[in-house]
Design a binder for this molecule. Structure first.
Ligand code: SAH
Length: 344
């Protein structure tokens, strides 16, 4: 069975040719995908014989809604999708003034081990395919009726640890016959795989790169983000500097404030010093508590923000959406896993 939904139209055309079908069918099928067709049977402008042939040769297994939570506060919707093999991943639809944004996952679980993150607790199960990433956008749109104009890769998993898949996903959503979403409407968040950031820079994409920094000093960062033990803040920021030089795109640094861990004045001072001279934007996040973790949200958000601003750093505080529905990183999947464990 071939995963034709992960293909670009020209690849689909070549594949169809192999089945003895004319290339123009590729455009028809490709467009059906983006209209949210859940089966080949829905592709009514194809002959019945071709639809049957496609069903025999290709997989088209849309995810099922395993759980759905709608925030009463702000209309945020969180989806837990069940994939064809039974694994689950999450997406979140957020409604902003500048358009509907969907936050999607790129792996089942994660192997990065960040101490504050629910997605990584049970490790990585597998990478998603481009089609499985795409389906999260398509079926969120279809189920909610909300047209999506922005995509953020900030769900479960580390995008730069599933590099080729993510690149293909970007090509698909960016394609004029696909979703036609411009790169400037896409954000990619990474825990800071320096080599991969260098590789990404080479593509010169106009997307927004977010780097989850969370601490300006190696001791703290290595404690809460094991990935730092191999890379280190200095080398990470060198890659970030090069990224800006190559792409001209300002990087956004994520910083979740954790009580007594990364919220001291000296850490604000060091952060400001380390970012000096590079166009940067710090996004402060209130820590979402994870049941399995002893880490607690900082009470110094305003003071930390002011201290950074006083030192010339551009700072925003992330608005919290959907806090009544577990709408952050891996929490819904975790909850479903815990409940399943209790049942056993
Ligand atoms: N692997 C990528 C993207 C997934 S996480 C990355 O690390 O960037 C998206 C963002 O949410 C990251 O900045 C991550 O550090 C942050 N995050 C994870 N768990 C969190 C929590 N419990 N509270 C606040 N932010 C969290």
């Amino acid at each position: 069975m071939t995963d034709i939904k992960s293909m670009l139209p020209e690849e689909l055309a070549a594949w169809l040719k192999g089945l003895g079908e004319p290339a123009f069918r590729a455009g028809q099928i490709f467009r059906w995908f983006y209209r949210g067709a859940a089966s080949f049977d829905e592709m009514t402008d194809l002959s019945k014989a071709l639809r049957e042939k496609l069903a025999r040769e290709a997989i088209l297994s849309p995810p099922e809604v395993a759980r759905k939570q709608v925030s009463a506060q702000d209309g945020t919707i969180k989806y837990l999708w069940r994939l064809a093999d039974g694994n689950c991943v999450e997406s979140v639809l957020m409604r902003y003034q500048h358009g509907n944004t969907v936050c999607i996952s790129c792996q089942v679980g994660c192997r990065m081990g960040c101490a504050f993150c629910a997605s990584t607790i049970a490790g990585k199960v597998r990478d998603l395919t481009p089609a499985e990433m795409l389906d999260q956008v398509l079926f969120t749109q279809l189920d909610s009726g909300a047209p999506v104009s922005n995509i953020v890769l900030m769900g479960i998993g580390e995008p730069l640890d599933n590099f080729d898949t993510v690149m293909r996903f970007l090509e698909l959503v960016n394609h004029p016959d696909g979703l036609n979403i411009g790169m400037r409407h896409i954000s990619l968040s990474t825990c800071g795989l320096a080599e991969q950031i260098d590789k990404l820079a080479g593509y010169r994409l106009q997307l927004t790169l977010s780097v989850s920094l969370h601490a300006p000093d190696d001791e703290t960062r290595s404690r809460i983000m094991p990935v730092n033990r191999a890379v280190g803040v200095e080398r990470l920021l060198d890659s970030c500097r090069r990224y800006f030089q190559t792409t001209g795109r300002r990087i956004s640094y994520e910083y979740a404030l954790i009580d007594g861990v990364n919220d001291a004045d000296w850490q604000a001072d060091l952060l400001a010093r380390r970012l000096r001279g590079m166009p940067a934007h710090v996004n402060l996040i209130g820590l979402n508590e994870v049941e399995e973790s002893p880490l607690r949200p900082s009470r110094r958000m305003a003071a930390f923000q002011k201290r950074l601003e006083d030192r010339g750093v551009t700072v925003t505080v992330r608005r919290k959406l959907g806090s009544d529905i577990d709408a952050s990183c891996g929490q819904l999947r975790r909850r479903a896993m815990r409940e399943a464990e209790r049942k056993i």
